[in-house]
Design a protein around this ligand. Structure first.
Ligand code: NAD
Ligand code: ZN
Length: 247
C-alpha cells in the first residue's frame, strides 16, 4: 500500500473526533461535474449571481432553463466509493460531522444521518420561497415550467422561488455556519476532500481547524493554496484512496 495511504490510515486510527469537509470533487466519480477541475462546468456555463437572479425575470427564466435542461444529474446520481468510505467512518463513530459545500445531497443518500451533515451551500434537490422559506418540490415546478416557461412564485406570499442553494452574492446560512464552526473547533482531525479551497467563507474552515490544533489532511487530485499548511497532502483520486484508507 502507498505510503501516503498508510499515513492517512494511522492518522485516522489515532484520532477520535474527525471532521470531513467536502467539495465538488467528491461527486465527480458519481457523474456530477465540478466547477474548477479540468472538466468543470465553468468551462461552458458562467454562474448566475444572486442579485441578478432577484432583479431579473429573464435571468430567473434562464436559471430554471439550465436546471431543467437535459437530465437532472443531481437528482439521479448515486453515492460513490468516496461517500461510502466516509459513511463507514461516521458509523464507526470516528467522523462527527461532514461539512459540505456540495448541493447534491449524496452524503444523505450514502446513509449519513441528517444531524451529522452541514450543508454550507444548500441543496439543489428542492426549492424554497426567498421571502417565507416555504419548501417547493422541483417536480411540480418543472412540470409547469416546461409547459409555458412561467416563472414560479410562492402560493403563500408571492415571493420569488429559488432552488435551495446559496448563489454567489447570497448570504451564507447562519445556523449552518455556526454548526460548522463548532464542529471544526471540536475536532482533532480535519480532512478536506475534493475542494479547490478557493470559495470563502467555506475555505476558512480547514485553516481554522489547523490553527486550533487539529491534524489537517488535504485530499485532492490537484494542488490547493492550503497545501503548505496541511500535515498530509494526497494528490490522488478520491474514491480509491478513501476506500483503501478505511477498509
Ligand atoms: P471546485 O470545482 O472548485 O473544486 C473541485 C476540486 O476537486 C478540483 O480541484 C478538482 O481537481 C478536484 N477533483 C475533482 N474530481 C476529483 C476526484 N475524483 N478525485 C480527486 N480530486 C478531484 O469545487 P469546490 O471547492 O467544492 O467549490 C465549488 C462550489 O461549487 C461549491 O461551493 C459547491 O457548492 C459547488 N458545486 C457543487 C457540486 C456538487 O454538489 N456536486 C458540483 C459543482 C459545484
Ligand atoms: Zn413565500
Amino acid at each position: 500500500m502507498d505510503e501516503e495511504i498508510v499515513t492517512l490510515r494511522q492518522m485516522i486510527k489515532s484520532s477520535v473526533k474527525i471532521v470531513v469537509f467536502t467539495g465538488a470533487g467528491i461527486s465527480t466519480e458519481s457523474g456530477i461535474p465540478d466547477f474548477r477541475g479540468p472538466n468543470g462546468i465553468w468551462k461552458t456555463n458562467t454562474p448566475i449571481d444572486f442579485s441578478d437572479f432577484v432583479a431579473s425575470e429573464d435571468i430567473r427564466r434562464e436559471s430554471w432553463r439550465r436546471k431543467f435542461s437535459g437530465g437532472d444529474k443531481m437528482a439521479t446520481a448515486k453515492p460513490n466509493a468516496g461517500h461510502i468510505a466516509i459513511n463507514h467512518l461516521v458509523r464507526l463513530g470516528k467522523v462527527t460531522h461532514i461539512i459540505t459545500q456540495n448541493i447534491d445531497g449524496l452524503h444523505h443518500k450514502s446513509g449519513v444521518p441528517e444531524e451529522q451533515i452541514i450543508e454550507l451551500h444548500g441543496n439543489a434537490n428542492y426549492a424554497t420561497c426567498l421571502d417565507c422559506g416555504h419548501r417547493y418540490e422541483l417536480e411540480d415546478i418543472k412540470r409547469s415550467f416546461l409547459t409555458d416557461e412561467k416563472i414560479p412564485y410562492c402560493d403563500l406570499c408571492e415571493g420569488i422561488i429559488k432552488q435551495a442553494t446559496i448563489s454567489f452574492g447570497q448570504a451564507m446560512p447562519v445556523k449552518e455556519m455556526q454548526r460548522a464552526e463548532a464542529a471544526t473547533l471540536a475536532c482533532d482531525m480535519f480532512i478536506a476532500i475534493g475542494s479547490s479551497l478557493v470559495v470563502y467563507p467555506a475555505a476558512g474552515f480547514p485553516p481554522m481547524a489547523k490553527q486550533n490544533g487539529a491534524t489537517l489532511v488535504i485530499l485532492n487530485n490537484e494542488a490547493t493554496d492550503l497545501d503548505p499548511v496541511a500535515d498530509l497532502v494526497i494528490h490522488k483520486q478520491i474514491g480509491p484512496t478513501l476506500s483503501a484508507a478505511v477498509d
